[in-house]
Design a binder for this molecule. Structure first.
Ligand SMILES: [Zn+2]
Length: 114
């Protein structure tokens, strides 16, 4: 299960950060989830809760921020957010572009400890 391995590595990372900060409990983990990351948020939240048992991260809230897909349009010379994931075309001028600038990320941005 894809989400479980992601949850495990998030917990490892959060545990490391908490230990470095001298904390014995993580209360929140902030995560950016790109629309193209392939992660199912509900499945990840569930895996996270299960995998966090008996770790410093047990009971922590997973705060997920969805990141929309943005492409670079060569015609407009600007980053544009895609309205849907099935057409990689500039929403303003319709130019097709494979140049994805955002939306693939899956990254832990912060943790809260106590
Ligand atoms: Zn454009």
């Amino acid at each position: 299960m894809h989400e479980l391995s992601i949850a495990l590595s998030l917990i490892d990372l959060a545990t490391e950060e908490a230990e470095r900060a001298g904390a014995d409990r993580v209360s929140k983990v902030y995560l950016k989830v790109g629309a193209l990351s392939g992660v199912v948020c509900d499945a990840l939240a569930f895996s996270f809760d299960v995998a966090a048992a008996d770790t410093l991260v047990e009971g922590a809230t997973l705060e997920m921020e969805a990141v929309p897909v943005a492409v670079f349009c060569p015609h407009c010379a600007a980053e544009k957010e895609l309205a849907d994931l099935f057409s990689f075309a500039c929403p303003d001028c319709g130019t097709l572009t494979p140049d994805v600038r955002r939306g693939r990320e899956l990254e832990m941005t912060a943790i809260e400890v106590h």
